[in-house]
Design a protein around this ligand. Structure first.
Ligand SMILES: NC(=O)c1ccc[n+]([C@@H]2O[C@H](COP(=O)([O-])OP(=O)(O)OC[C@H]3O[C@@H](n4cnc5c(N)ncnc54)[C@H](O)[C@@H]3O)[C@@H](O)[C@H]2O)c1
Length: 484
């Protein structure tokens, strides 16, 4: 726990401009805590040219800048004809909230490549968490501004940038009014269960950020874009590990002779997962009450880093988290194998979850957008392609490592989480397949390429970050700090 930085700090992500993180600060409307950037605009104004007319609070329209590379447009513009409600060829406008993050960046590029008009909304808080905790992505990642400039230079396509916090309703209002989205894909949340279990302030930040952010999006849709389709990233972790099959969102129950189809019971196992359950309830309620159209994508654990678009140029490279707070199991095992660190199985290793390749995340989101929910419909898809136990993953990585000449060892470490370590798990996942998902399964060759990728970047690995440092049982009220 000594690795954790104080919750109330200032960081300086740019060498020239100070940005302060206030945690906690008061949110007048609900009296809870919130994280805010105090000086977003000055930070970026110097590096981005903004046309006078389009200046709006917190909005940045990134412009193309020649990056002097000998690159060509490798993808065919217009290869994917977008039909708006099936009867016109207007480009669909998709707002990607959290578009600077792991899933969001890959998705924003994919949708732009498929000729959707894309705007990224992000407050860059994920990058700040790394600064706070002394973590870093395995892969070097460019600033979001360089990323979108590079994309424009390669493809001629503009991705708008709106830098700001969706918990700030004024900011979100401006983003909605100026972009007028047909669909909003909402990835913009604090997404780490361990982060939410560090201390009281991070638990409160996570629930505030996620629940209020999503509520604001729902209010913005109701107020400014009532036809807009919300595609919200939930997690398979909302269901927990019940001793019966997990259905896609709903279950039909007969009780005392009467039958009803009800929301599938949720058993969240961290303050993060609980925030997602609350989101799902708020979305379901507003679909009923206001006629919002929404798709809740209960996503499994995502692995991999490359997509067709991020491979086009090194500046487009996605982040790859392997640390004990943000790293996901398979990504972390590959990095551990690459650097000769034993694979760390938590407890007995029978914990079974759904997994998917990042290339399938982008496909699933595109399918959800192209086939929107009806007005008032709260649609739930389980978004994963295969299920594995942690022990299965360790065995697969060991086998693939051997083929590459790596000596891979597996150890069991005390489980920092409170969870079943041996359990029944059978989750349905047919609805996205029915819509046309073509899964990339975790074949030997994919695992080889993931391991080779980890080997390529192994000099950037900080082995101190690998072991779990957050205990579900030891969470307390005292803000935890990281010594220098
Ligand atoms: N990565 C996975 O394996 C996984 C699995 C299941 C579900 N999910 C869900 O998918 C979504 C995206 O996950 P990810 O791995 O890409 O996370 P990420 O942390 O890499 O990206 C989230 C992005 O949202 C931004 N953000 C957070 N709060 C914001 C706010 N208030 N306003 C504006 N921007 C904000 C962050 O800066 C970041 O860029 C999350 O909702 C997560 O719960 C992810």
């Amino acid at each position: 726990m000594a690795h954790l930085l104080t919750a109330c700090c200032s960081v300086n992500p740019s060498p020239t401009t100070k940005t302060y993180l206030k945690l906690p600060s008061r949110c007048s409307s609900i009296g809870r805590t919130s994280v805010t950037f105090q000086s977003c605009r000055p930070l970026y104004r110097s590096s981005i040219s903004v046309r006078k007319k389009s200046i709006k609070p917190y909005q940045i329209n990134a412009t193309a800048a020649s990056i002097g590379q000998d690159v060509e447009n490798r993808l065919q513009p217009g290869s994917h004809q977008i039909l708006d409600n099936g009867n016109s060829s207007k480009q669909k406008r998709v707002m990607v909230i959290g578009g600077d993050g792991y899933c969001g960046w890959a998705t924003a590029l994919h949708l732009s490549n498929k000729n959707y008009e894309v705007a990224i909304v992000d407050n860059l808080v994920r990058r700040l968490f790394d600064h706070q905790l002394g973590l870093d992505s395995l892969t070097p990642i460019s600033s979001i501004h360089n990323r979108v400039r590079c994309w424009k230079s390669l493809t001629g396509k503009t991705i708008q940038l709106h830098i700001g916090d969706i918990c700030d309703f004024e900011f979100l209002t401006e983003a909605f009014k100026s972009f007028e989205p047909d669909a909003v894909v909402h990835f913009g949340e604090q997404r780490s269960a361990p982060y939410s279990m560090i201390d009281r302030s991070r638990a409160i930040f996570t629930q505030h950020n996620n629940v209020i952010g999503t509520l604001n999006v729902l209010f913005a849709i109701k107020e400014f874009s009532e036809e807009c389709h919300l595609v919200k990233l939930g997690t398979m972790g909302e269901y927990g590990t019940p001793n019966i099959d997990i259905e896609e969102g709903y279950i039909t129950i007969t009780h005392n002779g009467r039958t009803d189809t009800l929301p599938y019971p949720k058993q969240a196992s961290s303050f993060y997962h609980l925030s997602k359950v609350h989101d799902s309830n708020n979305i379901a309620f507003t679909c009923k009450a206001w006629g919002i159209r929404a798709t809740d994508l209960n996503q499994g654990v995502v692995y991999g880093v490359k997509t067709d678009e991020t491979e086009m140029h090194e500046e487009l490279c996605n982040r790859f988290d392997y640390d004990g707070v943000f790293g996901t199991a398979l990504n972390r095992f590959c990095v551990q194998a690459a650097v000769g660190h034993p694979l760390t199985v938590y407890g007995k290793g029978g914990q079974t979850r759904g997994y998917l390749d990042i290339r399938d995340t982008v496909q699933c989101v595109e399918l959800a957008i192209a086939n929107p929910a009806k007005r008032g419909e709260f649609r739930v898809f389980n978004q994963f392609t295969e299920q594995f136990s942690v022990n299965d993953l360790a065995r697969l990585v060991t086998k693939a490592g051997k083929k590459l000449g790596l000596d891979v060892e597996t150890i069991s470490v005390p489980n920092p989480r409170v969870e079943a370590e041996e359990h029944y798990y059978n989750a349905k996942h047919t609805k996205l397949i029915e819509l046309g998902l073509k899964p990339h399964l975790l074949s030997d060759s994919l695992l080889d390429s993931l391991l080779n990728f980890a080997i390529e970047y192994k000099d950037r690995v900080d082995v101190k970050q690998i072991m779990p440092s957050v205990s579900w049982k030891k969470i307390g009220v005292k803000p935890l700090t990281v010594p220098a």
